[in-house]
Design a binder for this molecule. Sequence first.
Ligand SMILES: O=C(O)C[C@@H](Cc1ccccc1)C(=O)SCC(=O)c1ccccc1
Ligand SMILES: [Zn+2]
Length: 156
Amino acid sequence: MTLRLRQIGDPILTQVAEPVSHFRDPDLHRLIESMLSTLKDSNGVGLAAPQVGSLLQVLIVASRPNPRYPDAPQMQPLVMINPQLLAASSEQVLGWEGCLSVPDRRGLVARSREVEVEYYTPQGSRQRVVWQDFPARIFQHEYDHLIGRVFLQRHP
Ligand SMILES: O=C(O)C[C@@H](Cc1ccccc1)C(=O)SCC(=O)c1ccccc1
Ligand SMILES: [Zn+2]
């Protein structure tokens, strides 16, 4: 089922998501399936649960080569539950971003070039990953969604 993508102005996008506590909850797995199909239908490279109305710490990173990042890796969508940013390089890079919740807007955003992340898979196993460049950028964009930050949004 494809879920409605919340747009800028929807208060849920400025709230902080809660950690997942029950990995065997069938609602969690229904949410993950819905996010994967929403991501596919929207042709995005990332998605965070608040964007589909769920204040849970679930995000997906799905880098693929594209006109702005032609050497981006082609990734199977990676579902990350309760992600934690363990380290972020002080070296930052400016790059173009879009947001499925802010249609028709592109913006230049400074992000750490490298991140180290710890997360849980839908099966509940703890993993660590180190990303650079576009996957690192996508992660930081999605991680912002989990703490109620939307790119280019200036709080009045
Ligand atoms: O709103 C989102 O979280 C999805 C967003 C993720 C993102 C794109 C670009 C940089 C960082 C994070 C999108 O997928 S926007 C639409 C899109 O498909 C796209 C935009 C720019 C480059 C490649 C794809
Ligand atoms: Zn976004």
